[in-house]
Design a protein around this ligand. Structure first.
Ligand SMILES: *[C@@H]1O[C@H](CO)[C@@H](O)[C@H](O)[C@H]1NC(C)=O
Ligand SMILES: *[C@@H]1O[C@H](CO)[C@@H](O)[C@H](O)[C@H]1NC(C)=O
Ligand SMILES: *[C@@H]1O[C@H](CO)[C@@H](O)[C@H](O)[C@H]1NC(C)=O
Ligand SMILES: [Zn+2]
Length: 381
C-alpha cells in the first residue's frame, strides 16, 4: 500500500514537472476568439478591415550588427533630420550586437528617436549555434543584452522591445520562450517567400502560424501576445527571393538600376495590400558602394514626400496594428517623442576577454566596466 502510494506520488510529480516544461501546442487560428489589440491571426488581411487606400504604407528601414563611430557617420549623413510628409521625424531600427559596439553612438541614435533592438551579445558563428540554442543560451546571449545596452548606452531598458536573431536563425519555441522571459514584444527574423504579394501583416503567436518556415526551426507552440513582423522577401533581378536587400543575388550595378530595383519591390506593397515594406540592410554594404548609397537617398527623398508613406520604428508598426486607424487620422497624431538621455562618453582602458582571448577598446556612457562585458557577465562586473 505504502509503496503503491509512493509510486503514485512520483508519477504525479513527474507529470507536474513534465507539464511545466511542455508548451501548449498552437491550434489553428480562431478568428472569433483572436481579436485585436492583443491577438491577430497570421494572414494577409489589412488590420481593421481598412481599404488599401486608407492604410498607411509603413517603411521599416533597419540596420544590423555593431554600431560604431564609422557606421554612425553614414547614419548621420543619410538619416538625421529626415521627416515624413506629416512632419514627424522618420523612424529607423537598429538590431545591434554588443561586440565592437560604441555605446556612445547607441546613445546618440536613441536620442535621434530611432529604435534600439537586440541582435545578441556575441553574434557568434556558426549559424548552427543559433539553430541549436537552448532557452538558457538565448537568455544569456539575447535576454541579458537588454540590461547591457541600458547600462552602457544609458537608455531605458523598457524602450528595448524587439529582437532579430543572428543570421535570421531562430531556435523555434526557444526563441519565443526567451522573448517572453526577457519582456520582448516582437521578433523581426522570420522570412517569408510565400506571402509576398499580397504581403503577410504582423500577427501574434497565440494560434498556429500559417507562415512558411524558410529557416527552420520555427515555433509551433502557442505564445499569447508575442508578435511576429514577417520579413517579406524582395525579388531580385533574376526573380529569386531575398530577405535582406544586400543579400539579393542578382543586383543592379548602377544608381539608376538600384533606385528602380527598390521602387519595384516597394510597389508590390504600396500598390497591393500595403503590408509594411521592409528595407533590411547592413551599413557595411552601403559604405563602399556609392551607387547604392545614392539610390537609397533618392528613394528616401521620394517617400518622405508622399502623404501616405511613413518611415517608422519597427515597434510603431505593432502599435498601429493593435489600433489600426486610417491614414487621415494617423497622419494627424502627435509625433513620437523621445525623452533625451545624457551620455558622458568614456573611452575605457583595454579590456581582455578570456572567452575569445581578444582585447577590446569599448566606449560607453558614464562609467567603464571593470571586466570585459560578455555572455554570462553582460555588465562586466
Ligand atoms: C515546440 O512546442 C510544441 C508544443 O509543445 C511541440 O509540439 C514542438 O515539438 C516544439 N518544437 C520543438 C522544436 O521543440
Ligand atoms: C472560436 O472562439 C469562439 C469564441 O471564443 C468560440 O465560441 C468557438 O467555439 C471557437 N471555435 C472553435 C472552432 O474552437
Ligand atoms: C547542432 O546540432 C546538430 C544536430 O544535432 C549537430 O550536428 C551540430 O554539431 C550542432 N552544432 C552546433 C554548433 O552546436
Ligand atoms: Zn547580424
Amino acid at each position: 500500500m505504502k509503496s503503491v502510494s509512493i509510486v503514485l506520488l512520483f508519477a504525479i510529480l513527474a507529470c507536474v514537472h513534465g507539464e511545466s516544461e511542455e508548451l501548449p501546442l498552437a491550434k489553428p487560428c480562431n478568428a472569433t476568439a483572436c481579436q485585436l489589440p492583443d491577438c491577430r491571426c497570421s494572414d494577409t488581411d489589412i488590420p481593421g478591415g481598412l481599404q488599401p487606400r486608407h492604410t498607411p504604407q509603413f517603411v521599416l528601414l533597419t540596420f544590423d550588427d555593431a554600431i560604431s563611430e564609422l557606421n554612425t557617420q553614414t547614419y548621420r549623413s543619410m538619416l538625421y533630420g529626415r521627416v515624413n510628409k506629416n512632419q514627424c521625424p522618420i523612424g529607423v531600427t537598429f538590431y545591434m550586437q554588443h561586440e565592437y559596439t560604441d555605446y556612445t553612438m547607441v546613445n546618440e541614435l536613441y536620442n535621434q528617436g530611432y529604435e534600439i533592438a537586440l541582435h545578441s551579445i556575441s553574434h557568434r558563428t556558426p549559424q548552427d549555434f543559433w539553430r541549436n540554442a537552448t532557452y538558457d543560451q538565448l537568455m544569456r546571449e539575447i535576454g541579458d543584452q537588454k540590461q547591457q545596452i541600458a547600462m552602457f548606452a544609458n537608455i531605458p531598458a523598457s524602450t528595448i522591445t524587439g529582437v532579430r536573431s543572428p543570421f535570421l536563425q531562430m531556435s523555434g519555441n526557444n526563441t519565443f520562450k526567451m522573448m517572453k522571459s526577457a519582456g520582448l514584444t516582437y521578433d523581426l527574423s522570420w522570412p517569408t517567400t510565400r506571402f509576398t504579394n499580397p504581403g503577410l501583416w504582423p500577427y501574434t503567436l497565440d494560434y498556429r502560424s500559417t507562415q512558411d518556415c524558410v529557416v527552420s526551426p520555427c515555433p509551433t507552440a502557442s505564445f499569447p501576445g508575442s508578435w511576429v513582423i514577417p520579413m517579406i522577401a524582395w525579388t531580385d533581378l533574376g526573380g529569386f527571393p531575398c530577405s535582406m536587400a544586400d543579400a539579393c543575388f542578382f543586383q543592379p550595378d548602377t544608381e539608376e538600376g538600384w533606385y528602380q530595383f527598390i521602387i519595384q519591390n516597394f510597389e508590390r506593397h504600396y500598390l497591393g495590400n500595403r503590408a509594411p515594406f521592409g528595407f533590411y540592410i547592413h551599413e557595411a554594404f552601403i559604405r563602399p558602394r556609392p551607387h547604392v548609397w545614392r539610390a537609397m537617398e533618392r528613394f528616401l527623398d521620394t517617400i518622405n514626400n508622399i502623404n501616405d508613406i511613413f518611415m517608422v520604428n519597427a515597434k510603431e508598426v505593432i502599435d498601429w496594428v493593435r489600433d489600426p486607424v486610417p491614414i487621415n487620422e494617423y497622419a494627424k497624431k502627435e509625433c513620437r517623442r523621445t525623452v533625451p538621455s545624457a551620455c558622458t562618453g568614456r573611452s575605457c582602458p583595454p579590456l581582455f576577454n578570456p572567452a575569445n582571448e581578444k582585447t577590446y577598446y569599448m566606449r560607453v556612457c558614464e562609467s567603464c566596466p571593470r571586466n570585459h562585458p560578455w555572455v554570462d557577465n553582460p555588465l562586466g562586473l
